[in-house]
Design a protein. Structure first.
Length: 207
């Protein structure tokens, strides 16, 4: 079954909204460049306000190993999402502590082979500018889309079913098209995103 992640969670009410909508994972962005950046304290409170069945994903970009591990620990994250050009050693070191969503841009797809059989690393394909709301060219990506990878980049309630039909990702992730403004969720969009992804699972994937 498809895994659905709602990213850019910045408050307890938005965490509860996404969990009640049926999201499998909530993203908490610690990258300094983000307009949705949260502190460890806010992420911890929001993450702990939902049940343990909902994954709490700490999102990082170009940050040092110590910072990633320290923030993930103090915010009680259950997994870590890594953006940016990173060495394999760095990703391995994080994966020794947390399940990792390693984010690749289409131009970086050669790195996918490195993580093919790694038990703690799952790939996610995303647009070159994370959190920008820009969609990838799914048809162009199809021949090289790694089996078992997740998809992000410009997804929302109105296009997630089509993206799933083209690429059959193992998970989908979104933020921009689920917001009223950066860091504040649009209730209707979150509900429709999760429901549409669930319904599209039945249509796009072999049972
Ligand atoms: O969303 C951000 O502001 C952000 C900034 C820096 C690194 C990662 C960021 N977001 C990570 C995500 O997981 C987003 O959901 C993903 O990039 C898709 O974003 P969107 O295209 O806006 O749906």
């Amino acid at each position: 079954m498809i895994r659905v992640k709602v990213c850019g969670t910045t408050s307890v009410p938005d965490a509860v909204l996404s969990a009640e909508a049926g999201a499998d994972a909530l993203g908490f962005i610690f990258a300094p460049v983000s307009r949705r950046r949260v502190t460890a304290a806010v992420a911890r409170d929001a993450g702990l306000s939902v049940g343990p069945s909902v994954a709490r994903v700490g999102v990082f970009m170009d940050q040092g190993l110590d910072e990633v591990l320290r923030l993930s620990e103090s915010a009680r994250m259950s997994s870590v999402q890594l953006h940016g050009p990173l060495s394999s050693l760095y990703v391995e070191q994080v994966a020794a502590y947390y399940p990792v969503l390693r984010v690749l841009r289409p131009a970086d797809l050669a790195e996918a082979a490195v993580w093919k059989d790694h038990p703690a690393v799952t790939l996610m394909l995303d647009a070159p500018a994370p959190g920008s709301g820009h969609a990838l060219d799914w048809a162009a990506l199809r021949p090289a889309f790694p089996p078992g990878a997740w998809l992000a980049g410009g997804l929302g309630p109105d296009n997630v079913a089509q993206a799933m039909q083209v690429l059959a990702p193992a998970g989908v992730d979104a933020v921009s098209h689920l917001e009223l403004r950066p860091g504040v969720k649009n209730r209707d969009a979150v509900l429709r995103f999760v429901q549409t992804a669930r319904a599209a699972t039945a249509a796009s994937y072999p049972q």
